[in-house]
Design a protein around this ligand. Structure first.
Ligand SMILES: [Zn+2]
Ligand SMILES: [Zn+2]
Ligand SMILES: [Zn+2]
Length: 57
């Protein structure tokens, strides 16, 4: 049972490779929230979100 799913409303970036937290005012797209424009765009140019220690992109 995944009771944590409903309780887990912490905002982390919806980029599959990114665990950065998403704060109010983050980029929203298709009901998902992303920590950066690069993540929201799916890293079209292979650049990461630019957050320290994050390897997404
Ligand atoms: Zn990131
Ligand atoms: Zn991200
Ligand atoms: Zn990303």
């Amino acid at each position: 049972m995944c009771i944590y799913w409903s309780a887990m409303n912490t905002n982390t970036c919806d980029c599959p490779n990114c665990d950065c937290s998403v704060e109010a005012g983050a980029i929203q797209r298709d009901g998902k929230s992303f920590c950066s424009q690069a993540c929201a765009n799916g890293h079209p140019d292979g650049k990461g979100c630019g957050h320290h220690g994050c390897d997404c992109g």
